[in-house]
Ligand binder design. Structure first.
Ligand SMILES: [Fe+2]
Ligand SMILES: [Fe+2]
Length: 293
């Protein structure tokens, strides 16, 4: 895998202070050279959706890291400081892996660099006109999206089984495992700095509107670029897979809205069993706080 691009300069160091955290920082490598064009169920709509969403990760996850870092000097709890360090390490590795994927897709002529800029632009507006607390509340909300969809990915066999490429299966399983492991870190940080309910709910409203609009726009842009807009069969299969009765997204919708419950905490949504199973499948049974290669 080539990672000679900007990943090194855009991702913070993952080494250091996370020893003693409740989860490890892993550093897997991914070789996309054998990844087929339509790696998700041989379906262009589904593949473009995942590729497009993934292109939001590098800069999106760096926004998460920056928003937590911006307030960590207010955190007196040693244990939470260690969790924050491990959270930063994991997100840095995700950002790096997804930049490598973007480089691969860019080489294949996918307009992925334009998609990457959407995250920069949207989150840039929030950062410019908001506050440290609003940045962090948007991070908490988006972390709830990633955790909810990660949990669904870990348990939704119908999705994992139609990932036609072992590299993609490993990439997304690894990312889903880690999003589940660190899902409470930003939220606990927000609570620790005295984050209030109104700002938290506002962060989720912003995240819901922004992410939904971005994902719909990206899907149409990618599909149109691939000249597949009128591939009705692929649209039908893709929409059924995502929003059908047993679809991927269907059961996640009430879980996303659960975030508006005043007493909500990310750990209310238990994922321990699926997490343990997927970890062992990927030989990810390392002690917490370890750095894996
Ligand atoms: Fe991540
Ligand atoms: Fe995350």
């Amino acid at each position: 895998m080539t990672q000679t691009h900007t990943a090194a300069t855009r991702t913070p160091s993952a080494a250091g202070r996370h020893e003693g955290a409740s989860f490890p920082v892993r550093r897997p490598d991914f070789d996309f050279s054998k990844t087929p064009e339509y790696w998700f169920d041989n379906n262009p709509m589904l593949t473009h959706f995942m590729n497009g969403m993934a292109a939001l990760f590098p800069d999106g996850e760096m926004f998460f890291v920056k928003s937590v870092r911006a307030v960590r000097d207010q955190i007196r709890d040693e244990a939470l400081q260690k969790e924050i360090s491990a959270f930063i390490g994991q997100e840095a590795m995700h950002s790096k892996a997804h930049l490598a994927l973007d480089d691969y897709l860019h080489g294949k002529g996918v307009p992925i660099k334009e998609i990457e800029k959407i995250a920069v632009n949207l989150l840039g507006v929030i950062h410019r006109y908001g506050s440290k607390k609003l940045d962090l509340s948007v991070t908490c909300a988006l972390e709830h999206f990633t955790a909810t969809w990660a949990q669904q990915f870990l348990t939704h066999d119908a999705t994992r089984e139609v990932f036609n490429d072992p590299t993609m299966r490993k990439l997304w399983t690894w990312h889903a495992v880690e999003e589940s492991e660190h899902k409470a870190v930003a939220y606990d940080t927000y609570k620790a700095i005295g984050g209030d309910y109104a700002t938290r709910a506002a962060g989720m409203a912003i995240a819901m509107a922004g992410l939904t609009a971005a994902l719909v726009y990206i899907e149409f842009k990618m599909v149109r670029h691939d000249r597949q807009l009128t591939n009705w069969r692929a649209w039908g299969q893709g929409l059924k897979h995502m929003f059908g009765l047993k679809g991927f997204f269907t059961p996640t919708i009430p879980k996303l809205f659960d975030y508006f419950r005043p007493g909500f905490h990310p750990n209310d949504h238990d994922v321990a069993e699926a997490l343990a199973q997927r970890r062992s499948e990927l030989a990810f049974d390392a002690p917490a706080g370890a750095v894996l290669h």
